[in-house]
Design a protein around this ligand. Structure first.
Ligand SMILES: NC(=O)c1ccc[n+]([C@@H]2O[C@H](COP(=O)([O-])OP(=O)(O)OC[C@H]3O[C@@H](n4cnc5c(N)ncnc54)[C@H](O)[C@@H]3O)[C@@H](O)[C@H]2O)c1
Length: 267
């Protein structure tokens, strides 16, 4: 295995077109950067009406400007998902200008590392709030509209990290493990209203933050050696799965976890 960092793909992936996604009202949390930005681009490319919530104002405004010529240009809303009042206000605003949300993508998270001796009760609460709590309250906010229309899709973002037992990530992995339970619970309670709920589990995805903070040639080689496929997972690979799961082509998929990890076994 050579210890070289693969360069990013020259062209964004050309996604399949799902006609059932055209005109759908889609809310994407953490849509300003990383996988979230790939989701915003991919759903806008389907002719969906995308709203994305983030605290990364500059990157989000840049993305909004880059997509201003999309069939339905996406709308950025500044929203700190730690603030549940602000979260509720954002969804009320979207409801007022667009009506019921058809698709919610609970993507925002933060995978900061920590040592056990440094974790205070306040830090525990903050980590659960940034990685887990908002997923429930975003789902709660979109459910009344989805119940009225008798359909809807919620995609929660988990993580492969806890399946692999990665180091210095216990709080993030605790939240991400809970998201799989959250997915099953919501799928059971909301299925009767025609709402599908699934969990997307990315592997090691080459986002700007991951490349900046954690990836070195050695780390790259370690990931590639542990994956079945000898290619890195890109944000667009994750968006491709999200498009399928959100579309009517996945009409019978609910309550499950879907990995997009190039077959990553062992840390
Ligand atoms: N990148 C990976 O390798 C990987 C692996 C497994 C799981 N995931 C999951 O995929 C999802 C996306 O990951 P990513 O790598 O693109 O993350 P990222 O850190 O690159 O982007 C996350 C986005 O969420 C936003 N965000 C963070 N806190 C927020 C808050 N309080 N309010 C509003 N927005 C906030 C950030 O500003 C950012 O735009 C996450 O749920 C993550 O846990 C990613």
């Amino acid at each position: 295995m050579t210890a070289s960092v693969q360069s990013a793909p020259a062209q964004p992936m050309e996604h399949a077109i799902y006609r059932s996604l055209a005109g759908k009202r889609v809310v994407i949390t953490g849509g300003g950067t990383g996988i979230g930005a790939a989701l915003v681009r991919a759903f806008a490319g389907q002719g969906a009406q995308v709203f994305f919530l983030d605290i990364a104002d500059a990157a989000s405004r840049e993305l909004e400007a880059a997509l201003k010529d999309a069939p339905l240009p996406p709308t950025f809303l500044h929203c700190d998902l730690l603030d549940l009042d602000a979260l509720a206000e954002s969804f009320a605003h979207i409801g007022k200008i667009a009506g019921a949300v058809d698709i919610l993508i609970n993507n925002a998270a933060n995978d900061d590392r920590h040592k056990m001796e440094d974790v205070s009760p306040a830090y525990w609460d903050e980590r659960m709030a940034v990685n887990l709590r908002h997923q429930y309250f975003c789902a709660q906010a979109v459910t009344p509209g989805m119940r009225e229309t008798g359909r809807g899709v919620i995609l929660n973002f988990g993580s492969i990290s806890w399946h692999l037992a990665l180091p210095n990530l216990t709080l993030y992995m605790t939240a991400k493990a809970a998201i799989e339970g959250l997915t099953r619970g919501l799928a059971r309670d909301l299925g009767v209203h025609g709402i599908r709920v699934n969990c997307i589990i990315p592997g090691a995805v080459r986002t700007p933050r991951q490349m900046r903070l954690w990836h070195s040639p050695e780390e790259e080689a370690r990931i590639l050696a542990a994956q079945c496929l000898d290619q890195r997972v890109e944000p667009d690979d994750v968006a491709a799965l999200a498009l399928f799961l959100a579309s009517d082509s996945a009409a019978k998929c609910s309550g499950r976890d879907y990995f997009v990890d190039a077959g990553w076994y062992g840390a």
